[in-house]
Design a protein around this ligand. Sequence first.
Ligand code: 5AD
Ligand code: SF4
Length: 447
Amino acid sequence: MQKNTRNLTYCIKTYGCQMNENDSEKMAGILKNLGYQEEIDENKAGLVILNTCSVRENADQRVLGIIGSYKTVKKNNPDLILAVCGCMMQQPEIVASIKSKYPQVDLIFGTHNIHRLPEFLNNFSLNGNRMIEVWEDSDTIIEDLPVQHKYPFKAFVTIMNGCNNFCTYCIVPYTRGREVSRRPEKIIEEVQALADSGCLEITLLGQNVNSYGNDLEETVTFAALLKDLSQVEGIERIRFMTSHPKDLTDEVIETIAKYDKICNYIHLPIQSGSSRILKKMNRKYSREDVINRVEKIRELIPGVSITTDIIVGFPGETDQDHQDTLDLIKTCRFDSAFTFMYSIRTGTPAATMADQIPDAIKHQRLNECLEILRDLSHECNALYQNQIVKVLAEETSKNNPNRLSGRTETGKLVNFSAGQEAIGQIVHVKITTAKSFSLDGEMIEGD
Ligand code: 5AD
Ligand code: SF4
């Protein structure tokens, strides 16, 4: 028997944000083109790729633990190729540490060169030498990569890479480089192709979608892109993330209000409710600016859902600053929020700021945020009681195999009774119970 028959199966494990998920979908597309098949069981796959996240320290630690565990996996399966990519690899000290402590890693690449995966695999299969290639930055976007989307009916579409904002806590500008926008015609082409294949919902991705087009020669704004995309026939829902409050223009809000297909949902990370802390974070807006934006959104888009991100325990955050955050959350009445304890990221300005906050206080502040958010979320969800809403049915419900789950236009998770054949369709659902973090309902037949 031939010994070295290559196992052309892959398993990609993705950590972190939607941008990473989209990169993983691209790598899956590339691998499919090379003749690879997906293998969900990482112990059976011939190629395992860990697509890593660096945004908070616990993400780093988790991945290093997983890489460590591959020492034994590789002993049992020496032909396994272990690749590690993504944001963590953009940090030279992490690459150096993997180089010296984790010989089980075969391929290391970064966020800017995933399109080179075929070359990496080819070289490795020829010489078996560990390969490390990380690009510091990139001013071009590689177009026309194959993409293997997780769902046929909804898809991520990256409209820009990188970030120019340098919030003082954040590592993303270092791991993802400067802002580079895709040309609008390439985005429209991709969305048209998705529509032609039956896709109903797209989510436009960028670290700060509101500055889309600033780096392009032609004048094109995010609002203009949204307008163009809502002309694409077949696409029923357009979502986008993330909006930086400093750049959310009236024009974008008016565009969301005007075009039916653009979902009445905005993820607007405020991070803090204290103007003093916002200044130290280099966010370039004040608490009053947030109130002004939220008022404008609610005035123009009735029934809109607004979600946010909050960081508690930023260096120097006083009790009063924290109270300001709690107060702003209540004033804005966010539908929900992702809440994080500030995590030191080496190399960012906040890492060396004085008055780092003890963990116990961070925990307490996080809990206080969560309590308010749970009540707010329940109140927001209660407005849906007995309403008939449109839901894109996505999959079998996690807790009940006889029900489906999906999302409203406003991003609410709905668990409802319906047959499997509804998966992938937008159906009408009557909401019977509103809970804090989801809605229960029944599909209305005949739609
Ligand atoms: N510590 C805690 N949270 C962070 N985020 C980004 N950097 C950090 C950090 N160093 C959060 C922000 C951002 C979200 C994606 O992650 O809230 O909006
Ligand atoms: Fe990080 Fe700020 Fe850029 Fe968001 S806008 S990715 S928080 S630097």
